[in-house]
Each structure stands twice: as C-alpha cells, then as structure tokens.
Write a protein that binds this ligand. Sequence first.
Ligand code: NDP
Ligand code: MG
Length: 386
Amino acid sequence: MRNIVILGSTGSIGKNALDIVDRNPDKLKVVGLAAGSNHEELARQVEKYRPTHVTLSDKTRLSTLKSTLSGSSVTVLEDTGFSNALEEISALPDTEVVLNAIVGVAGLRATASALVTGKIVALANKESMVAGGPILNALAEEHGGKIIPVDSEHSAIFQCLQAGKHDEIKRLVLTGSGGPFLDRVNLDDVPVSEALKHPNWNMGPKITIDSATMMNKGLEIIEAAYLFDLPAEKISVVIHPQSIVHSMVEFVDGAIIAQLSKPDMRLPIQNALLYPDRMPLDVCNLDLTEAISLEFRPPDMDKYISLKLAYRALNEGGISPTVLNAANEVAVKAFLDGRIKFTQICEIIRRTMDDLETGDIPDLNDVYRANMWAADVAEDFVYSYA
Ligand code: NDP
Ligand code: MG
C-alpha cells in the first residue's frame, strides 16, 4: 500500500486522482488532502477517504471546515508564524507520493517541501517547475526526491524516453491541440465564455485560458526543458488537433517514439501515482478497429506570441521564466475577471518581461521575490489597460 497526499483535491486533476484511488483501493491510501477554498467538497472527501491530515488555504473557510470536522480524528493543519500548512502536509512522514495539483505558483512551496523530505512528487502543478525548475531539480538531487510528470505531454515524453539514452535525444516534440481559437484569425474581442471552451479537455479555468492563448504550451516548453535537462533548441511544438498523440521524442537516428491514448488525464495521473508500475485503465483505450485520423501542423508563431515569449524566457534563463509565469497568472486572472481583453494577456507578459532585468536565482527565496516583483509590475499594466 502506498500512502499519498493530494494537493488541490477539489479541482479537476484532484478529482481525477481520487477516481484513480477508487480504482486501486489495495494500492493507494490517501493520508493527506489540501485545497484552496472549497470546504464543502473537501469535507466530503475527508468523510470518504479518511486522511490523517487536511488543510485549506482560505483562512475563513478553514474555520468552517474545522467546525465541520470537529470530533473526527483528522488533524486540520493551519499556517502559524512558524509553519506553513501546505509545506507541512507535503512533508508528512510515511508518505511516498505527493500529487501536486494546485493551480499556480501557490504550489511551489509544497513541491519543494515534498522534495526536501525525499518524496516522489507527481507534478501537475507545472507553474512550480516554470517558476523554480533549476532549484527544485537541485533540491531533488540533494535530498533524494523525484519528480514524475503528470502533465500529459511530459508524462508521454517520460514514457518515450525509455527507448533511448539522454545523449541520443535529437528533440522533444510537444503536441498541442491549438485550443478553441486554432482557426480564428481575429482574437481581439473573444469573450471569456468562448475562451473557456476547450475542444478536447475539461480542465480548471486557468489552464483552459492558458490553452486558448497557447501559453499553456509555452509553460510546457519551459517545464520540459527543466524536467528533461534539455536546451530550448531541442524542444519543439506541433499542433495536433485530435489530442491523441500526447507527445513524441525524436532520437538522433531519426526514429520518433510517440505515446497515444484517449485524451483522459487519468492515465498520466495513474502512471505517476503507481510509478513505476502500470495497471489496467479501460477509460483510456483507443479503439484501433475504427478509422482514426491524426493530423500534425506547425504552430503559427506570429499568431501565438506566447510561444515566442516562452522560448525567450528559457533562453534568457535566471528569473525570466519566473517573471513570465507571474505575469501570466496576473493577466489570466484579470481576463477572467473581465478587466482586460484576451489579446492583452500576452501583451502584459511581454511588457513585464521587457521591464524587468534578467538576473540569477540562487535559491527559493529569490524565486518568491522575483514572483512578487513581476506580479506587481504586471498588475500595474492591468490597471493601465482597465
Ligand atoms: P482547478 O482550478 O480545477 O483546481 C485547482 C485546485 O487547486 C483546486 O483544488 C483548488 O482548490 C486548489 N487551490 C487553488 N489555490 C490554492 C491554494 N492557494 N492553496 C491550496 N490549494 C489551492 O485546476 P486544474 O485541476 O485544472 O489544474 C491544476 C494544476 O494542474 C495546474 O497547475 C494545471 O496547469 C495542471 N494541469 C491540469 C490539467 C487538467 O487537465 N486539468 C492538465 C495538465 C496540467 P479550491 O477549488 O478548493 O479553491
Ligand atoms: Mg499539458
């Protein structure tokens, strides 16, 4: 039996992860659950999965959760002057895997804490890796932690890499559906409701908007570079509207290895939670007795400046990816709140990157500082547009 902690358990990835727990009751035991604000759903999950520890980041709702759970044996962790509840729950003893499915850079402390205590981090929270990848890699190395990707493209690449050695990789090919606006020319006045309609995946609002701007693919370029220790020029993107080929690795001899399955996040989640084992999962089976068309085309780099910005951040290194991620979080929230236009999201990211000088990031505190700094600058741009 493997003890696991699920962070972001009330979200899209979190709920899919609990479905994987339901399918593997003799292999996975939930010992910790954490969420942002949805105390009612979290209380239901506590009732069903009986973890030893639980926490909620929203302080007011945490009080409500505490009263709901009073009398039960679960320990409700909260922030104090000396401790951070997300860090604490990610460091629980006798826990093998922490699934980080929190959205945004808010998940960074938890990823670091799990790695420092030598755990496997099943990483959906790509913003952790984008904001602090080199530091997280160093922490994993120093403390014996390991990151197993949950993001479907990186999970695919992780699997494809079994076919060759690191120095035999010619390039990684990240696939992307192109989102809801693949064939739309003018993106100036797209309403929030349309940007929230992803053609193939049902996901949380932030990543759905990231998919519409293609910044999701931009974040994934940076995530891949850090996860697989490869330079920007060895990472490419191809548009694949069917979302069946989840990504590919091309080796030096020209062989391209791909991973295919139905678009369903439960496969990469299960693979990470049960790593290195595989278990049956019928929901992801492709029916190859029926005709399937697979289409690939290059992305329009002029339309999706998000990809250019991601390559720029990766090539600049240092704080640039942190800045890009922070500005994106601020801009996406502003768009969802109706404060800016869709096309202003990437404009704000570019202007924030232009405004801030690049610099090295020696440790996590510098990441938090750079993140706050960039978020403030981006917020000023939002204000100037609104
Ligand atoms: P959702 O918005 O559906 O869920 C986010 C989860 O994070 C919720 O449980 C939310 O809690 C919790 N949360 C938010 N803020 C905090 C905080 N400050 N502290 C603790 N918990 C918090 O997002 P997704 O599940 O779609 O995405 C989660 C992560 O996984 C993102 O990084 C995304 O990029 C990545 N990912 C998602 C994919 C998908 O298919 N959904 C695919 C690949 C990657 P609450 O609801 O209670 O407020
Ligand atoms: Mg992805």
